[in-house]
Design a protein around this ligand. Sequence first.
Ligand code: SF4
Length: 590
Amino acid sequence: MLYENTITVLYVDLSSRTTRVEKRADLNDYFGGVGVAAKLFEENMKPELEPLDEQQPVVFAIGALGASIYPAINKTAAMFVSPLTGELGESYVGGRLALALCMAGYDAVVLTGKYSYPCYLSITGQGVEHKDARPLWGMLSEEVWRAIHDNETPRGNRSIMRIGPAGENKVAYASVNVDNYRHFGRLGLGAVLGSKNVKAITVTGDRNIPIPSDSFKEYFKVYRSIFDKITGTDIMKKYRGLGTAAYVLSLNAMDAFPTNNLTSGHFESVEAISAEAFAEKNLVRKMACAGCPVDCIHVGQFRRQFKNTGYEYEVVNTNYDYELVFALGSFLGLKTTDEILMLIDAVEETGMDAMSSGVALGWATEAFQKGLLSTGETLVPLAFGDTENYVKAVWYIAGAANEFYSLLGRGCYHAAQVYGGQDFAMTMAKNEMSGYHTGYGILVGSVVGARHSHLCNGGYELDRDHEQLTSQEMVEGLLKEEKERCMTNSMIICLFSRRVYDRPTIIAAGRAVGFDLDDAFLTRIGQRIFQTKMRIRDKLGFDLKQVQLPRRFFETPGLHGVLKEKVAKEMIDLYAALVAEEMKGSGSAG
Ligand code: SF4
């Protein structure tokens, strides 16, 4: 905790409803954020048990510098065993959660066990309460938020996490919705909480952490320079302007915009679903995580007609960004912004990860077209561009409507194992693909990354910024970036601001609030966290050699033309060798 030189961990056992708080100075070796989360997760995980076994832990951790003490340092890391991949589940969220945890006095929370009936957990600086959530079970995400928001006191530095029906039904890519339009989206934390009978978690903090007067001048100087860099330069302008949806046109121009289940990297109707189209037709508001001046959260509005009525409509607001426009737009052939927002809203209300939902539906659509599935399984015909039936299918997945949808809710890798179509089930090591068909960087980077996310090592940037890298240069670049992101995620700096927080800025920011940081320390922290994550991955049984990539990745031309499977495999082998070298003497074979 800031100014305390120790890490305060709240342990909650849901089965026995017991709690304890430990001050762990030893965790300073992991600095904070993902480092502390990884160490606590490694201590508490049970590799021999199933991902949804009640003994598996969920860990939340805030960054070493607390929360919102500087702009765009306000995220919380979560670690769990992913029911989607069976391996390391790692996810991040913004909003107010980190600030609330910080003000409640906790750097990390470890949840184990399972409630005997649905409850929600209320965490404050004064302790923990377990509240009956049976009346909330079955409610949609927004309904739960409203019920808790309106009935719970106190307000203030409060954050509300909750799951929807998908989490209750243990859909392997169920999300946890947090505050307004923020999510622990990927890898199924919603299913893990659902399996523990946790409908929601509220965190309320009422402390104040004053900056000591003798260091305030220096702190304010550093704060001001970061603030000015964020607001007064072009570095983050795009996030506030059109938002990340601005990538729609640029990626489409590179043939890297996955369309119709990646049968193409180019979407003919792209202008109609561009960021400009959203801004002109739907944008009503921009919002921000706690203490961030960027306001990158874009909220769009659409009209929905009430069923069986005349001209009567409700107005619905929902958040959109690039990944959502790709997964629930071009990937499914949706041609208008209203239709995309409608599908986003269904995914939001049921509480599922947008990327996995869209990619799973993309596979199901092609499988239906090819006759591998019939309406006996899908209940409604699935066709690219058919929004109405996609909305129904989202509800079918969330509600596990039949055997097929239960299986689709385990992820399209698993569904394709049973129904066929593995060649076009677009996963990278069982995690549904992200919205970049840019080349080997994103493909290999997602496979080798600790959580198989495009955010592990930013491989798409290596693809975009370099004409041609050798295999060795590519894997070295991926490894270097993944370790660097382990370091920045120990402070949980928003990734959008990574060009603001270069190393000199991080060092100055840390020193101004009492951390004796230097380059060597930052390198060491990144390496230690990376090694911890690799150890966890080994213990959970991940083997790079077992990864099979769908053929479609090697058929559809992207930014660098058609990729060769042989080259991708060579890079994966090279990466495995680099990691084995890296792990020598760290307690793992790599
Ligand atoms: S840049 Fe956007 S996502 Fe990042 S902290 Fe600011 S508002 Fe949140």
